[in-house]
Design a protein around this ligand. Structure first.
Ligand SMILES: [Fe+2]
Length: 281
């Protein structure tokens, strides 16, 4: 690596090669296993296209995405963080939606969900003007890009926090879902006898100049798989209070019981506003 002009590249690549060689020595990697490893890397690339990102999914099921997230947020894992892995389903350019508006772009049966959130800085002061991007799976467990029944950008939307740092929207309660298992990530899960499910969650991506971009998920607290998320994303901090309402005055005239509400507060830390590379188009 001595010829690489970038000191950081020298550091990263030197360590990568050292650990890769140490790994092969430790397990005494056979030639057949080397072949399988290379074929798997190639298949990860071949399985990736505009609406699917097998590379991110593979990193997710190995816990690598969550490790990188925790290394770079919450004081390198020393303190609680609001951050979580991005996952393979974020799309750029979701529709800007008025506060309080619905992110249903096509009929989507399921219990109504009303989300009210605040975004604060570490001193507890509200942050105005945060672009908060939302995406989540349907009540049957599919993102719109996986599901011909859903309109383009269904259950996706972008909101702007007001002077009190608030944003709110209406949706339907998401379901947990299996990560796609028709590629190398699925092969690994099956070989390990692991289930492919993620507990139900809503994704949030908060962006504003002057603050470290917040990528996170808020999990549904009644999900039975909170302790066995296939991609290791759940922390106690990110389990939301999805409150069931079985009676009372509904929040909108067309809502019938039961419905759910979620109130959640995000903290954004000062830092660099930088959007991730979209995993899919
Ligand atoms: Fe997700």
């Amino acid at each position: 690596m001595a010829g690489a002009p970038s000191p950081r590249m020298r550091e990263v690549m030197e360590a990568l090669v050292r650990h890769l060689h140490a790994f092969a020595r430790e397990v005494k990697l056979t030639e057949a296993e080397y072949d399988l490893g290379i074929a798997t890397l190639n298949r990860i690339g071949q399985a990736t296209h505009d609406s699917h990102n097998e590379g991110i999914l593979f990193a997710d099921i190995l816990g690598f995405s969550t490790l990188c997230c925790l290394l770079n947020n919450g004081n390198a894992g020393a303190t609680e963080t609001a951050a979580a892995l991005l996952g393979p389903f974020w799309r750029m350019h979701s529709p800007r939606t008025e506060n309080g508006g619905s992110i249903l772009r096509s009929p989507t049966p399921g219990p109504a969900l009303f989300v009210n959130c605040r975004v604060l800085d570490p001193t507890g002061a509200p942050i105005e003007g945060v672009e908060m991007d939302i995406w989540h799976a349907s009540p049957v467990g599919y993102y719109e890009n996986q599901d011909p029944q859903q309109a383009d950008m269904n259950l996706r939307g972008k909101f702007l926090t007001d002077a009190q740092g608030r944003f709110s929207f209406r949706s339907v309660k998401p379901a947990g879902y299996p990560v796609p298992t028709d590629g190398p990530a699925g092969d690994v899960l099956r070989a390990q006898n692991r289930h492919p499910y993620r507990p139900a969650h809503v994704h949030f991506l908060g962006y504003r100049e002057g603050f470290k971009t917040l990528v996170t998920q808020v999990f549904v607290d009644d999900d039975e798989r909170l302790d066995s998320d296939a991609v290791f994303g759940v922390t106690e901090h990110l389990v939301g209070d999805y409150r069931l309402h079985e009676s009372g005055t509904p929040p909108a005239p067309d809502v019938t019981a039961p419905w759910y509400t979620l109130d959640y507060t995000f903290v954004m830390e000062p830092g660099e506003a930088k959007l991730p590379t979209p995993p899919i188009k």
